[in-house]
Every structure is written in structure tokens, then in C-alpha cells.
Design a protein around this ligand. Structure first.
Ligand code: HEM
Length: 818
């Protein structure tokens, strides 16, 4: 018989209740708010995706009858449901707004945001004040999504519905491409700005849950420097939206002051950050506001919780409106009330005609928002969206009047007023760009409505029209490269420099196109222009000789040679460390021209920091500002890109002083040029101690504990692998017995992944087993599986040390999602 154990008469092994749930507060983040969020590298894990791993979206989409889908969408658009009646019997305008808001989060600086993954479905975006009632638009679309299932993603359906809406109202769209792959969880990586609630920083703000009212969430105080009109008036990079929880600018004017001139300044900055020029900006605003109306019948503080905080029975629908029916003629969305035109469901030029024909004066909506109405009481009126025989005065927002008062915008408006066809074409192209901007190269586009024309923002690369190198050629070329007057370190640095510009956020950059030889990439300090020119000269010579020796149509592109040089360098460095391996190489890249390269927008691909080459940008004010602001906002900031490759370089840069450029820190090895695990061995060795060199703790020395001799120098990017608990486990893993060979092999795999990240841009790439590439169809399926392909590993860190007059390859610090 077992003895009963009791303490104070109670069984010590039983509690009355189970306290705490998974992730309950205080969380590790709350204890240690500045910790490096390593887990952000594992976003969108395959476990979150209910599709089978071999699901091929491109194949499913290609089997879809797109015309039938469009027909169903158009039938829905011209219907009306009791639970959310359509304005003027047409859901088109609200669906255009849905598509615009889905795409309009895109910003060129880090390529984040945009329509690509339908992030509009998740918090925080689904609950931003500016996305009011877009939950209804998506819910109206659900039966169509349900009918076609996985063959059309939400992301594609949202943009397609925007197009259908324009079409049913008489607008000729420019084209549509499918190929967007839905995310299955919110994006926690994107930096949406510094504000928290009530305009305060997170640490100073009251804690939620909140209703999501504009006074709680919409503010702008912490993201701007200067005042409108000042020379230093600027928005923190990489942000594009002027206010938190808005997609673009405040319709009531900068800081709700109703000053059109100030609003114009905000619009130019915001739309510029979306990579739109003045003409595209005017086309989009004037084109969009030719349709629909604004809704402002109820004061915002009476509106219910945003979707993320809405009660269970609301089933994801938020912003309950207690007034009257809560919808139709009682609808409250943004707060401004009225329509811009007399025909809100018809494509015509009456938005601009009204804007210019009438003088406008400020007034207030029933919800209290600042808006404008014609001074002329005889101006045409706009029909009520629901009530027969009722009409209203026309409406403009401060941001609309801005187009009339800003001299440059005004000129464009006048041109559009004079030439409606020109305006129609400009809006069609700008809309196409807006909604496809983040899809990457055209080879990713799917479906029968993809226009033939190549556009500069698609970063075009000529199609491969020559025979590709075979395995014998590859072996010969590798031998030639290794026999030439270039070091393995130089080869690796150039291949890395070419490939690592790729960002999965908007799929720009990468080795394909060999744009590293063009401006602006060729002049970036991180690319070490002198070394780069030397390596490119050598490779161009090899290319000339090879192409010249062929009798048929066989050629090798410089883009392929750059990558092949990197592969050869890695193999040689591994061999010198006693590990024989073959780094996979897949030919099929081609070389783009300067005319095919938008120098202005490519400058955003300059690495803010690059742990691989131990560099932080110092030359460009924009990039150093980006670096500063990001690190200020997040002391342990994780990469601006989703590639997962650059993050270690950025973490820990919590200073406003840009650091020294490439090569100022030494390498953790006595064997430069050899692929060893010395980086991790030295980093984890108790025989050394690390000391700060500067007050800010940016650079360090590694001193021998016994002799006191300084052996190595390092940056924060290096030391994080020893300091962070999670990363230290990886460092120890690769420093332990068996770690060297494992590291070299993992490095080769990671290297290959980097080189193939942009594979979808190359038509001819085909026989690579890991990231599938080739036809557009395979490209989209690649996009679906690229992040699920394997768990993560560790890549090496090649570092050139020009300061010492020699080049070296170091293995170590960059942690890569394989
Ligand atoms: C300065 C930039 C812009 C501002 C400040 C702005 C602001 C607004 C606001 C406040 C509404 C009313 C929302 C509501 O209460 O229902 C609205 C509606 C609308 N906007 Fe914009 N907008 C801008 C640009 C655009 C662009 C670029 C497009 C599309 C190309 C667009 C398309 C529309 C449409 C179609 C509606 C009507 C929605 C409906 O009828 O339900 N807007 N906009």
C-alpha cells in the first residue's frame, strides 16, 4: 500500500487549476525587448500551410478557366447582398479600393508590402483603420474563392477582382498576371513604423486591446522629421505611408490640417516610396476616384472593434456600425462622406473636370471629417448610393485638391483633361504597375492576359537565344577561371555580390542579368569596384575566348560565368581544407543591358549591410539613413529582406554612426582562402577573450588570455554568434567534432541556394533539383516551395581583407535558411 504524501493536508502534486496558456505574459520579448528575434527567420513555416508539399500553384492556375472566373466575379460585382448592399448596385468601387489597398503597401526601399501574398487578410493590416470595411469586400468574394479553391490564390483573386471592377465600369485594363502565392500567417518581419497607440512608442503606450479607432491607431508624429515646407521634411525610411495604419496619406491633409499644399508634399513622398512618379501618381488618384464614394455617416468613436478584436460571433468581420442599418446609406468607413462624380460607376473624366471646373470650400461630414464641397451651389450633384430620388453635393478630399494646387501635379491634370485617351492609358499602365510591381520578373507571370510588352520596372533580361554550355564546357571553364589571375576570394566576393542582391520580398536583383557590371551596382563600395572591375575583365576575356571558339550557336553569358566562378572558388576552398565536393551549377542566365536597367530603383538594392563581406554602407545618405533609422527602431534589427541571408550583418547595429566599410575587421583564421570552421572554433574558444575597441561597442579584439596578444578583430555581426543563446548552439554545432565537414557541405548547399534564388528569372534554367526553375509555370511552383525546401543551415562568410593586401575566405557567420 503506497503512502499518501500530504503537505499541510494537501496533495503537493495537484493544483486546483492550470494557470497560464502558451505564450502568456510576460513573454521572453517582454523580459528582453532588445533580444535578436531569430525566430523571424522561420516565418511562413511549411507547417502553417495546409497544401500538400508538392502542390503546384502554377499548374493549378494554368488549368483554371480564367474567363469563367472573371464572368463569375463580374456577376457578383453587379449584384447586391442584403448583409452588405452594393453602392449604386455595383461593388466595383469598393473592390478597386480593396485591390489598391492590397498593392499599395508596397515600398521600393525594402521591397516589402504589396499584393503578393494577400497579407491584407492578416493583422495588423486587416485591422488598420484605412482598411475599414475591406473585410466586407473579401467576404463578398468568398463564394468565388470557395468555388475555385486552391486554383486561384487570394492574392491573385483580389487583384483580378480589381481589374474586373474597372472593366465592368467601362475601363480598359492593361493586363493581368496570376502567380501570387498566399501566405498562411501574418508577416511579422515588416517594419511598419515607430508609432504604437495614441501616437506613443510601444514602451510608453497603454496596452490593448483597443477598438482600433483612428485616435488610437492613426498617427504620424514619430515617423517624420521637420514640418511640411521645411527643407528637412522627410519620412523615415523605408516607410512609405505618411501615417501608421493608413495605406498612403491622410485624406484630410497632413496632420488633418486640411492644407492641400502640405498634402501634395506628403503624396509625392508616399507615392515616390511606392516607386511611382508624378504622372503615375496623378493617374492613380484621378483614375481611382473616378469611381465610388467615401463613407462617413457615423462618428468613428462609435464604431466597433476592428476585425482582429471583434467578438467571436462576428466571425472576423469588424467595425460594427450602430447607426441605422449599419450599412447602405448608413455606412461609415473612413469618415468623409460623398462622391467625386455624378457617375460613380462609369469610367469618364468627370473627376478631373469637377476638380478644375469648380472652386471648393471646406466643410465637415456627418462623422466630423474635413472635406470639400463646390462653392457653386448650381454644381451638378451626385445620386445617393441607395436612396431613390435623393442626391448630394459633390465631394473632394484635401488630398484631391492637392492635385490642383501643386504646380507639377496641376500640369499633369491639365494634360489628362485635354487628352482623355492619354489619361486612360496612363491610368491603365500605372494600375498594372501598382498591382504587379512586387511580382518580380515577367517569367513569373501566369495566364492568358499577360501583356507582351516588357516594362522597365519588370527589370527585363533578354531571353536566352543561344545553346547553353554542357558539363564538359563547365569543367573546362572552371579550370580556366581558377587558372586565371583572380583569387578564390575575389571570385566568391563577386558571385556573392551579384547573387545576394536578390530579395524575395519583391523578387528583384540576383545574379541573372549580370547587372553587377552596370551602374549603379558596379560602383557600390560594398562591391569593391576595383576588384570587381578586375574580376569582370578576366571573366569577360574567358567569355570572349569561349564564344569565339564555338562553331554553332553556343555561348556562355557573363552572368553564368560570374556564378560559375563562385562555384569554382568554393570547390577549391573546400578542397584546400580537405573536403571534396561539387557545388551544383545550372546555366541559363543572360546579360541585361543598361537600357534594361532602371538605375534609380536599383540603387535601393544596395546592401545596407553585408555580413558576408563585413560591410555597412557609408556612401549614400539614403542608405546610411536607412541603416540608422532601422537600427534605432530595432536595436537587434533583422534583415530588410526576406532572403534570410543578410540578417546577421544588420543585427546589433544600434548606433547612428555608420561603421567602417569592407575589410576593416580581420578574419578569424590563419588560413585565408580555405574553407575551414575556424570562425566557429575561435569564436567559441575559452582561450580567447573579447574586448571592446570603441566606446559604442562596434568593434572588438580577440585576445589570447595567456599572452594577451590580439589574435583577431571582429564586429558585432560576428560576435552575435557567440553571444546569442540560440545562435551559439549553431556556432558550437559547427565547431564541434565532425562540424567542419558538415559545415563545408552545408555551406555549399547554402551557396547554391543563394546563387539560385533568382532562378525564376531564367527561362532556360531547368535541371537544378533544389529550387525548380525554368518555365513560368515551374517558376510559380518554385515560389511556393522555395522556403519549404529544407531546414536551415549555416553558410560561410567569405571576407576579403584588402586592408592587409591579401584576400581571404573565412567560414562562419552568415546564417541562412536553406
Ligand atoms: C492620396 C491618395 C488617396 C487617398 C488619400 C485616398 C483616400 C480615399 C478615401 C478616404 C476613400 C473613402 C473610403 C471610404 O470611406 O469608403 C477612398 C475611396 C476610394 N478610393 Fe481612394 N485614396 C487615394 C488614392 C486612391 C487610388 C490610387 C485609388 C485607385 C487607383 C483609389 C481608389 C478609391 C476608390 C475606388 C474608392 C471608392 C471606394 C468605394 O466606393 O467604396 N484611391 N479613397
Amino acid at each position: 500500500m503506497s503512502e499518501e504524501i500530504k503537505i499541510g493536508g494537501k496533495c503537493p502534486f495537484a493544483g486546483d487549476s492550470v494557470g497560464g496558456v502558451a505564450g502568456s505574459e510576460p513573454t521572453t520579448d517582454q523580459w528582453w525587448p532588445n533580444r535578436l528575434k531569430v525566430e523571424l527567420l522561420h516565418q511562413n513555416a511549411p507547417q502553417a500551410n495546409p497544401e500538400d508539399p508538392d502542390f503546384d500553384y502554377a499548374k493549378a492556375f494554368s488549368e483554371l478557366d480564367l474567363a469563367a472566373v472573371k464572368q463569375d466575379i463580374k456577376a457578383l460585382l453587379t449584384s447586391s447582398a442584403d448583409w452588405w448592399p452594393s453602392d449604386y448596385g455595383n461593388y466595383g468601387p469598393q473592390m478597386i479600393r480593396m485591390a489598391w489597398h492590397s498593392a499599395g503597401t508596397y515600398r521600393i526601399a525594402d521591397g516589402r508590402g504589396g499584393a503578393g501574398e494577400a497579407m491584407q487578410r492578416f493583422a495588423p493590416i486587416n485591422s488598420w483603420w484605412d482598411n475599414g470595411n475591406i473585410d466586407k469586400s473579401r467576404r463578398l468574394l468568398w463564394p468565388i474563392k470557395q468555388k475555385y479553391g486552391a486554383a486561384i490564390s487570394w492574392a491573385d483573386l483580389i487583384v483580378l477582382t480589381g481589374n474586373c471592377s474597372l472593366e465592368v465600369m467601362g475601363f480598359p485594363t492593361y493586363g493581368f498576371a496570376g502567380g501570387r502565392i498566399d501566405a498562411w500567417e501574418p508577416d511579422n518581419l515588416t517594419y511598419w513604423g515607430p508609432e504604437a497607440w495614441y501616437g506613443k512608442k510601444i514602451e510608453d503606450a497603454p496596452r490593448g486591446p483597443f477598438e482600433g479607432h483612428p485616435d488610437q491607431m492613426v498617427n504620424r508624429d514619430l515617423r517624420w522629421t521637420g514640418e511640411a515646407g521645411d527643407d528637412d521634411y522627410d519620412l523615415e525610411a523605408p516607410l512609405a505611408a505618411s501615417n501608421s495604419n493608413l495605406i498612403y496619406v491622410d485624406p484630410e491633409g497632413s496632420a488633418k490640417k486640411g492644407i492641400p499644399e502640405d498634402s501634395a508634399a506628403d503624396i509625392r513622398i508616399t507615392f515616390g516610396r511606392m516607386a511611382m512618379n508624378d504622372e503615375e501618381t496623378v493617374a492613380l488618384i484621378a483614375g481611382g476616384h473616378a469611381f465610388g464614394k467615401s463613407h462617413g455617416m457615423t462618428p468613428p468613436d462609435q464604431i466597433g472593434f476592428a476585425p482582429e478584436g471583434a467578438p467571436m460571433e462576428s466571425q472576423g468581420l469588424g467595425w460594427h456600425n450602430p447607426r441605422g442599418k449599419g450599412n447602405a446609406e448608413d455606412t461609415m468607413t473612413n469618415g468623409i462622406e460623398g462622391s467625386w462624380t455624378q457617375n460613380p460607376t462609369q469610367w469618364d473624366n468627370s473627376y478631373l473636370e469637377n476638380l478644375f471646373k469648380f472652386e471648393w470650400e471646406q466643410t465637415r461630414s456627418p462623422a466630423g471629417a474635413l472635406q470639400w464641397t463646390p462653392v457653386d451651389k448650381n454644381a451638378p450633384r451626385t445620386p445617393d448610393a441607395h436612396l431613390e430620388g435623393v442626391d448630394h453635393p459633390l465631394m473632394m478630399m484635401t488630398s484631391d485638391i492637392a492635385l490642383k494646387v501643386d504646380p507639377a501635379y496641376r500640369k499633369i491634370c491639365e494634360k489628362f483633361l485635354d487628352d482623355f485617351d492619354y489619361f486612360t492609358d496612363a491610368f491603365a499602365r500605372a494600375w498594372y504597375k501598382l498591382t504587379h510591381r512586387d511580382m518580380g520578373p515577367k517569367t513569373r507571370y501566369l495566364g492568358p492576359e499577360v501583356p507582351q510588352e516588357d516594362l522597365i520596372w519588370q527589370d527585363p533580361i533578354p531571353a536566352v537565344d543561344f545553346e547553353l554550355v554542357d558539363s564538359r564546357d563547365i569543367a573546362e571553364l572552371k579550370a580556366k577561371i581558377l587558372g586565371a589571375d583572380v583569387s578564390v576570394s575575389q571570385l566568391a566576393a563577386v558571385a556573392w555580390g551579384a547573387a545576394s542582391t536578390f530579395r524575395t520580398s519583391d523578387k528583384r536583383g540576383g545574379a541573372d542579368g549580370a547587372r553587377i557590371r552596370l551602374a549603379p551596382m558596379k560602383d557600390w563600395p560594398v562591391n569593391n569596384p576595383d576588384d570587381l572591375a578586375h574580376v569582370l575583365g578576366v571573366l569577360e576575356g574567358i567569355k570572349r575566348d569561349f564564344d569565339g571558339a564555338q562553331s554553332g550557336n553556343k555561348k556562355v553569358s557573363l552572368a553564368d560565368l560570374i556564378v560559375l566562378g563562385g562555384c569554382a572558388a568554393v570547390e577549391k576552398a573546400a578542397q584546400d581544407a580537405g573536403v571534396t565536393l561539387e557545388v551544383p551549377f545550372t546555366p541559363g542566365r543572360n546579360d541585361a543591358t543598361a537600357e534594361q536597367t532602371d538605375e534609380q530603383t536599383f540603387r535601393w538594392l544596395e546592401p545596407v549591410s553585408d555580413g558576408f563581406r563585413t560591410s555597412i554602407a557609408t556612401t549614400s545618405t539614403t542608405t546610411s539613413r536607412r541603416s540608422r533609422s532601422s537600427s534605432t527602431a530595432r536595436p537587434c534589427w533583422v534583415s530588410p529582406r526576406r532572403s534570410g541571408l543578410h540578417w546577421s550583418a544588420a543585427c546589433g547595429c544600434s548606433t547612428s554612426t555608420p561603421r567602417a566599410p569592407t575589410g576593416s575587421t580581420a578574419c578569424f583564421t590563419d588560413r585565408p582562402g580555405v574553407l575551414t570552421n575556424d570562425f566557429f572554433v575561435n569564436l567559441t574558444s575559452p582561450d580567447f577573450e573579447w574586448k571592446k575597441v570603441d566606446d559604442e561597442g562596434l568593434t572588438f579584439t580577440l585576445d589570447d588570455r595567456h599572452s594577451g596578444e590580439t589574435k583577431f578583430k571582429a564586429t558585432r555581426c560576428d560576435l552575435i554568434f557567440g553571444a546569442n543563446a540560440q545562435l551559439r548552439q549553431l556556432a558550437e554545432f559547427y565547431a564541434q567534432k565532425g562540424g567542419h565537414e558538415k559545415l563545408v557541405k552545408d555551406f555549399a548547399k547554402a551557396w547554391h541556394k543563394v546563387m539560385m534564388h533568382d532562378a525564376s528569372t531564367s527561362e532556360a534554367l531547368g535541371d537544378d533539383p533544389a529550387p525548380a526553375a525554368g518555365s513560368a509555370v515551374r517558376n510559380a511552383s518554385h515560389a511556393h516551395t522555395v522556403d519549404d525546401s529544407a531546414p536551415y543551415g549555416v553558410s560561410g562568410r567569405f571576407s576579403t581583407c584588402p586592408g592587409r593586401g591579401y584576400a581571404s575566405i573565412l567560414l562562419g557567420s552568415n546564417f541562412v535558411i536553406l
